[in-house]
Write a protein that binds this ligand. Structure first.
Ligand code: ADP
Length: 784
């Protein structure tokens, strides 16, 4: 007898958030892939209580194109009945009648609280159903244990136990877009704007928007300021104005209040800023409201939705009656399962702590990134204002800032935060313009001079600026002349170097580190903050700029997909950047639901192309016109020397014999992005401050320690669940595939399998391995 197929249902509940459709798509397809039946419960708990047509079986193609849709396509509703036991009793009955073995819920803390209650009551609900003769003992027998898993969909990012909720970064993006628009008009009229954003108990959106846009002040529920908050805000605004700033932006969470729980409203702030006896600023209020929920999900939310959906299906299939009910969380960069009940308790505890005016506790219950971001925000907005954090004179350092490699989103935000930190500590932050090439050839005090101290007003406006304001260059120190560079470091008396850039920046620090033996002036601490769209720097799983790039690519792909609607039956072969790392291609493929992704790591072969062409023929033969959008294949620029995007598109067209069309398309430098994404801006600020703190640790005249301490030249990175500094020597020797200019172990590799599974790509012959990865490690390092 064939085993009975498990039935897995998925539901969205509570407030909608961008990315919910991605969760549903991933759950449905992963469930089908695992040999289960997939169901959707429409309209949240309302549908569970009503049953009937609200619970529907889903097929593979039913969720096609859902990644690019905003809101939730299976609906959500507030359901009063589910708060009461009789409502949950009917819900339980409908689950059993439909034979549902497991339920995956995507919703906010309310929905997950409901789920937790449902789980706790489950055995007694079944007993009651039998007692009331609504179901028989035999009917309920197979469902003794309720198998339930949560994924957190919420724009507020208010769930404890996870760094991000699905939809949070999308809402943040909408907010930052609006603030960027408002800034332009504020600056033109020299106005002040008070911008209210969502968040009753959670200031994540307000805080992150403040960091990302460089707002003058923020108000969040978890951390009200001291009694003198009015004076504090006004003096910060006053100081910024006196430095010459023409615009004032204050961001306030809707749940903002003072230390005594008295509400702080946008009107109160406006009155303060407009007071004729005080700042007397022309002040306007903007309440952002529901636009914050709107639009499609950003790249990060699509990744989160997809990976969490896949993990949720795995979790329900692996659960036993003994396993604790879990929800799927992300910590820094790692998808993990966490106990649901604890997270619900902790989340409620934040609101309770705020109510009880225990704000330290409220902050401590948020994740570490939140506290870090708060610290970075206060530091940058008060830079220049107070001397309270300044170090004694003999501990103050002269720190050179330099960009190396191609521009990447967030480079300027990193510099802004680093400079603010330096100023608050009494260090002297110095710009080295145009990379090592600029340093070597234009040093001096001429107008072209490449070396000069930063001026706060100039960098203050850089939080949201794309490109590289101090200029960047690919040249390595050895190419500029190591002896010359060493003499310049000596001439300018640098106590430390802070490099921001991609693989070249990493390579540059490697060269400088080795050259320390020969040149004593280089015996200073140095650290590199990875910033490149390719995300190929060893020592980190994430480089700033890569998120901006993915968002640009996803927008591009969404548009191109839609352009096919008129013609129908079209395959686009899109070439992405990324150097010899397939990260960008793979993650963009994950975000747009590509049918195939071709990477340099794997290569491309005839056999593989043949399998994919056959699959496409199959797909189009079965397509009854449900969706007119085109299909996408993503290929990294260096995946193959011979099979280019154009050649592949030509091959597909030839083989399709007019059954469908094929085109190639190259977005090119669009991928470097215009305005950096909020995630890149916020992470840049946080990591840059950590870098300067790390350098500061060495102090001045640290040559002896520098030579003996491997931590004197490092790369900062996000790895798994933490932010870490890795000694360069270790990263160079153990983690770098020099020939291919990428890390030996690429953390994202496992996602490629997910793209293939969810894109429905059948097994294909793997191309023969070239000299890559481990073998290449032994190849000449190519340092010269
Ligand atoms: P969110 O999930 O976005 O926090 P809500 O708090 O409105 O949104 O919750 C969504 C739905 O979840 C509610 O309409 C209700 O059906 C259910 N729910 C919320 N809290 C509970 C609870 N304590 N007990 C039972 N059901 C609940």
């Amino acid at each position: 007898m064939a085993p009975v197929k498990k039935k897995i249902a998925i539901m969205t509940s509570g407030g909608d958030s961008p990315g919910m459709n991605g969760v549903v798509r991933a759950c449905v397809r992963m469930a089908l892939h695992m040999g289960c039946d997939a169901y959707c419960v429409y309209e949240g708990y309302e549908g569970l209580v009503r049953g009937g047509d609200y619970i529907r079986k889903m097929a593979w193609d039913d969720v096609r194109g859902w990644l690019s849709e905003g809101g939730t396509l299976i609906g959500t509703a507030r359901c009063m009945e589910f708060y009461e036991r009789p409502g949950r009793l009917t819900g339980a009955k409908n689950m059993v009648l439909n034979g549902i073995d497991a339920l995956i819920i995507c919703g906010g803390d309310g929905s997950l609280t409901g789920a937790d209650k449902f789980r706790a009551e489950w055995p007694s609900l079944l007993d009651e159903l039998v007692e009331k003769k609504e179901l028989t003992k035999d009917q309920v027998a197979p469902y003794k244990h309720l198998n339930i898993v949560g994924t957190v969909g919420s724009i507020d990012n208010d769930m404890s136990g996870t760094d991000a909720t699905i939809g949070g970064y999308s809402a943040l993006s909408r907010i930052c877009e609006m603030v960027d628009y408002i800034e332009a008009t504020a600056s033109s009229h020299s106005r002040a704007f008070v911008i209210e954003v969502m968040g009753r108990h959670c200031g994540w959106l307000a805080l992150m928007a403040g960091v990302a846009t460089g707002a003058d002040f923020v108000f969040i529920p978890e951390k009200p300021r001291e009694d003198n908050w009015k004076e504090e805000m006004c003096s910060i605004v006053q100081k910024h104005r006196s430095l010459g700033k023409r615009k004032t932006i204050v961001i306030i969470a809707e749940g903002a209040h003072d230390k005594y729980s008295n509400k702080i409203t946008p009107e109160m702030i406006k009155d303060l800023l407009a007071d004729p006896k005080g700042l007397h600023l022309d002040t306007r209020i903007t309440t952002l409201g529901h636009v914050q929920r709107g639009g499609t999900a950003v790249a990060y939310d699509r990744m989160l939705a997809t990976l969490q959906g896949v993990e949720a299906v795995k979790a329900v299939l692996e659960a036993t009656p003994e396993t604790e009910t879990c929800f799927i969380a992300i910590t820094e960069n790692k998808i993990v399962r966490r106990p649901l009940m604890q997270a619900v308790i902790d989340t409620k505890a934040v609101a309770k702590a705020i109510e009880a005016q225990d704000f330290d506790k409220a902050m401590s219950l948020r994740d570490t990134e939140f506290a870090d971001q708060y610290a970075s925000y206060m530091l940058t907005t008060t830079a220049n204002l107070s001397t309270q954090f300044q170090l004694p004179k003999d501990k103050r350092m002269k720190i050179g800032f330099i960009n190396v490699g191609a521009p990447a989103g967030g480079m300027n935000a990193a510099i802004r935060a680093g400079v603010a930190y330096c100023i608050s500590r009494g260090h002297e932050p110095v710009a080295i313009h145009n990379g090592f090439a600029g340093f070597a050839r234009h040093h001096g005090d001429s107008p072209l001079g490449a070396v000069r101290s930063f001026d706060w007003l100039e960098v203050d406006g850089w939080a949201s600026k794309g490109g590289s304001e101090i200029g960047t260059n690919r040249e390595l120190p050895k190419e500029s002349g190591m002896e010359h560079i060493a003499s310049l470091v000596k001439k300018y008396k640098f106590d430390a170097l802070f490099l921001i850039g991609g693989f070249e920046a990493f390579h540059a620090v490697s060269q400088l580190r080795i050259a320390r033996e020969e040149f004593p002036s280089l015996r200073i601490p140095m650290t590199v903050l990875p910033a490149t769209i390719s995300n190929n720097v060893p020592g980190t799983e994430y480089s700033i700029g890569s998120d901006t790039c993915l968002n640009e690519l996803i927008d591009y792909c969404d548009k191109i997909k839609q352009s096919a609607s008129a013609a129908r039956r079209r395959v686009f072969v899109i070439e992405t950047q990324g150097g010899r790392s397939g990260y960008v291609a793979t993650l963009a493929g994950l975000g747009v639901g590509a049918v195939a992704v071709y990477t340099p790591e794997e290569g491309v072969s005839l056999g593989m192309l043949e399998a994919d062409v056959r699959h496409l023929k199959d797909v189009f033969a079965k397509d009854k016109g449900q969706s007119r959008a085109g299909r996408l294949i993503l290929i990294n620029e260096k995946a193959s020397k011979v099979y280019t995007a154009k050649l592949i598109a030509d091959i597909i067209r030839e083989e399709a014999h007019d059954h469908f069309e094929s085109r190639d398309s190259i977005p090119g430098h669009v991928q470097q992005g215009g305005v950096p994404s909020p995630m890149d801006r916020c992470r840049a600020a946080r990591l840059a401050i950590k870098c300067i703190q790390h350098l500061e640790n060495f102090g001045r005249d640290a040559a002896d320690r520098v030579m003996s301490d491997p931590m004197s030249s490092t790369v900062i990175g996000i790895r798994g669940a933490s932010v870490v500094f890795t000694p360069m020597k270790e990263a160079e020797e153990k983690e770098t595939d020099w020939a291919n200019r990428r890390p030996i172990d690429e953390h994202w590799m496992y996602m490629k399998g997910t793209v293939d599974i969810l894109g429905g790509r059948p097994a294909y012959p793997k191309p023969e391995q070239r000299l890559t990865g481990l073998k290449a490690k032994d190849a000449k390092r190519g340092l010269d």
